[in-house]
Design a protein around this ligand. Structure first.
Ligand code: SAH
Length: 350
């Protein structure tokens, strides 16, 4: 194994902002302020369970100390705009400390509450069918800015978040360090099961392997979208430097190292990648995986002129995959009319 494949120890970010920090980090921080260590646990509880936004509001802390640290940032965003779709999905535009805006989506269903979080402001991948990529890239989010999105949805729904999908704006594996720290925080500090956390990636060379080395039990979803390299390059520019065989080889390593399955996502674009023979080719590519394919019928965006295939074509595609013993689900995205569905996140108000 080369050095670049070994995951280095994650760097602990400097505090503040405090959000994203573990109870140990918070304990060290309060001690550095000359306070007794047990205040770290109190601070942890107020940040993650009471939703406090300012240290000055933590009533159990001594007044003089509260005043001294009143300006220390916890790192919460503010809701700039929100829209509710008829299916109950809520899209939030959140304003960050530096004024940047990101999108987060809350998706309620039965007893679940799923949050779709962003990992970057914008996205540099420029996939041809995705509105986020059309707007360019600004910066990575830090771990607290990712965790904040989950707390915000939880507070707004007044319901515990059960699942988090890293499928909002941005490419998570271009921000691996903060994504892993955020995954750990969601699991350890907010108590969300690792298996209820899903990271979705279009694939960045070596990064799936690196993620695997952390031995998390999270679900990996890979945005494959095409059954071969030629077509994949046409719709995903970044695929040019990452051959599909190499991507699938890393996915196999992920399965071996973590013992987890990989889910493949496949957008359905009429006349582009939805033919029965392409379904057959896809099933051949995925041979050997205990796999699951999530079909996402294209959600229209202004900036592209693809079409969503009709039901018959979608069913024909599904039938081929099922005949090849591939587990398939069709994800009709939620929140379509609020522009909250997959691919529609562009920091716009609607
Ligand atoms: N960058 C990551 C995270 C984005 S997840 C990734 O690519 O996986 C969002 C999912 O929605 C991805 O599978 C993405 O390819 C898909 N998507 C993008 N635009 C879409 C659109 N217009 N309609 C349906 N799905 C889309």
């Amino acid at each position: 194994m080369s050095i670049s494949q070994t995951p280095g120890p994650l760097k602990t970010p400097l505090l503040p902002p405090l959000l994203g920090a573990s109870v140990d980090e918070l304990t060290t921080w309060v001690q550095q302020q000359g306070q007794p260590g047990y205040r770290g646990k109190q601070l942890h509880n107020w940040i993650y369970h009471q939703g406090v936004r300012k240290i000055g509001d933590i009533s159990v802390f001594p007044k003089t100390w509260r005043e001294q640290v009143a300006d220390v940032s916890i790192g919460r965003s503010s809701v700039d705009y929100q829209s509710l779709a008829t299916d109950g999905t809520v899209k939030y535009l959140l304003q960050l400390a530096d004024g940047e805006i990101i999108e987060t989506v809350g998706i309620p269903s039965d007893n679940r509450l799923t949050v779709c979080v962003s990992t970057q402001v914008g996205c540099p991948m420029a996939c041809d069918f995705c509105a986020t990529g059309k707007g360019g890239f600004k910066r990575n989010l830090n771990r607290g800015e990712i965790v904040d999105q989950v707390l915000t949805v939880q507070e707004n729904f007044q319901q515990r978040v059960s699942h988090v999908v890293f499928m909002g704006m941005g490419e998570p594996l271009l921000n691996t360090e903060n994504v892993i720290l955020a995954l750990k925080c969601l699991n350890q500090d907010l108590g969300i099961g690792q298996r209820s956390l899903t990271v979705s990636t279009v694939g960045i060379p070596d990064r799936i392997r690196q993620l695997a080395q952390h031995h998390l039990q999270v679900t990996l979803a890979v945005s494959l979208h095409a059954p071969n390299q030629t077509l994949r390059e046409q719709i995903i520019p970044s695929a040019k430097t990452y051959p599909i065989e190499q991507l699938l080889a890393e996915c196999r390593e992920y399965v071996q190292i973590t013992g987890r399955r990989v889910t493949f996502e496949y957008i359905l674009l009429a006349g582009v990648n939805d033919l029965p023979e392409q379904a057959l080719e896809l099933s051949q590519q995925l041979r050997g995986f205990q796999n699951h394919v999530n079909l996402i019928p294209y959600n229209p965006i202004q900036e592209a002129d693809y079409q969503r295939p009709n039901r018959d074509r979608i069913n024909a595609f599904v039938n081929v995959l099922q005949k090849q013993k591939i587990a398939v689900s069709i994800r009709y995205s939620r929140g379509l009319e609020a522009d909250a569905a997959c691919g529609q996140l562009r920091r716009g108000k609607k």
